[in-house]
Write a protein that binds this ligand. Structure first.
Ligand code: RIB
Length: 401
């Protein structure tokens, strides 16, 4: 096959698949990876594609892509232009499978399994240790994709050995598409995690690194995927400016926003107006409301206080106590599904990812929260924050109730 022909085929494949790996293209055209890399470099040089970590993604020559370049990187101008486009009814959406866009962290999780948590100043022998993929954003993207949702994930890693690790992890997952940026200055985020064998409870210290360096331009590049999404899901492991911009973009595009305020930061108070559903756990709800959540009654008080601060809908996740919804002045309690808890790390991510996927597929808030509670109950029975169950398992658990 001639070079020109092969390059045209590559473009056709990319149109259909959005992302492809160098290895796949080399196998398909029976040429070396080096040849494919030079094809991609040439196509990128012509501005026809963008490249990312060993693969390629199409540079979409559509209205949004033009808009982004026309606005010269000015985020506020981009929002204004998109708003007028929306008012003119130019936004078309299909409605079959739920589409979820997630902007969030990727971390390398270094996990020590311990008989109990160590005390201050104590050295404790761990029973086992692993190094694996994590980060609330990536875990939530895994969860949503395992339910069958079409997920687009945006994240940022460093220029270190873990960037390839992140790329391989996301490539091997059910996540439909992702964009992984690389920071020049900060390393890939990491988390040091203890998991107690007593009850599967965890303690986590996070160094966010590259996750804190997302730029306005990188957020603006989400516009195309976001414009086709039903839901945008975010957490608080990225620089808040990026999170806030993504919310504003989603609002302008008419995409619902779910904010998982973890790890807690006061910043969340600045964005409640852009959020459709906020999903704190008990600790985050206590910090957000000033009401210590210890039971269902105090959770009700906390949820009301969070609404008074400006939130539209609240779901407080309370592990074994289930979840409490406050929607339009009405409370609804979703009881927890019984589970044999092995590792609670990522339980909140399981809930949020599954909830976003269920909401995106058209389920009502209580139905989506019930689905998410069943999903999370299965997640705590597995080791590893990113190790998520799948849709058939959730269906079986729901049927047990
Ligand atoms: O929610 C669990 C996650 O929190 C871990 O994967 C860790 O990376 C931190 O982001």
């Amino acid at each position: 096959m001639y070079l020109e022909q092969r390059r045209n085929h590559i473009l056709e494949y990319l149109d259909r698949h959005e992302t492809l790996s160098v290895a796949w293209l080399a196998g398909t055209f029976a040429v070396s990876k080096e040849t494919i890399r030079s094809d991609l470099a040439a196509l990128a040089g012509l501005g026809l594609i963008q490249r990312c970590h060993g693969g390629a993604i199409v540079l979409r020559r559509n209205l949004q892509a033009r808009l982004i370049s026309e606005t010269g990187g000015n985020f506020e101008v981009l929002l204004q232009r998109l708003e007028s486009q929306r008012l003119n009814g130019q936004r078309g959406k299909r409605k079959t499978q739920g589409r979820v866009c997630i902007l969030g962290s990727f971390n390398v999780d270094i996990v020590a399994k311990v008989a109990r948590f160590p005390r201050g100043g104590e050295s404790l022998l761990a029973l086992g240790s692993t190094l694996g993929p994590g980060g609330k954003g990536a875990n939530q993207a895994m969860a949503a994709s395992r339910t069958g949702a079409r997920v687009h994930f945006v994240s940022k890693v460093g220029k270190d050995q873990f960037s390839q690790f992140a790329f391989d992890h996301l490539s091997a997952s059910d996540i439909h598409s992702f964009k992984l940026y690389q920071s020049e200055s900060e390393p890939t985020g990491n988390a040091i995690i203890y998991v107690s064998q007593q009850d599967g409870e965890n303690m986590i210290a996070i160094y966010s690194g590259a996750n804190q360096t997302l730029t306005d331009a990188e957020v603006a590049e989400m516009t195309h995927e976001l414009s086709g999404a039903d839901v945008l899901l975010l957490q608080l492991e990225n620089n808040f400016s990026a999170t806030l911009n993504a919310m504003k973009l989603a609002n302008t595009l008419g995409v619902r926003v779910i904010m998982n305020p973890a790890p807690f930061s006061d910043d969340v108070l600045k964005c409640l107006q852009y959020v459709d559903v906020i999903t704190p756990n008990e600790t985050e709800a206590s910090l957000l409301s000033g009401v210590e959540v210890t039971d269902l009654e105090s959770a009700r008080e906390a949820a009301q206080a969070i609404v008074r601060q400006g939130a539209k809908r609240v779901i407080i996740t309370m592990s074994s106590r289930g979840a409490l919804i406050l929607d339009n002045g009405q409370f609804q309690h979703i009881p927890a599904f019984p589970a044999l808890s092995v590792d609670t790390t990522g339980a909140g991510d399981a809930f949020n990812g599954a909830f976003a996927a269920a909401l995106a597929s058209g389920q009502a808030i209580a139905q989506a929260a019930t689905y998410a509670a069943a999903f999370a109950s299965l997640a705590v029975e597995r080791e590893g924050a990113s190790n998520m169950p799948d849709h058939p398992q959730v269906v079986a658990r729901l049927a047990q109730r």
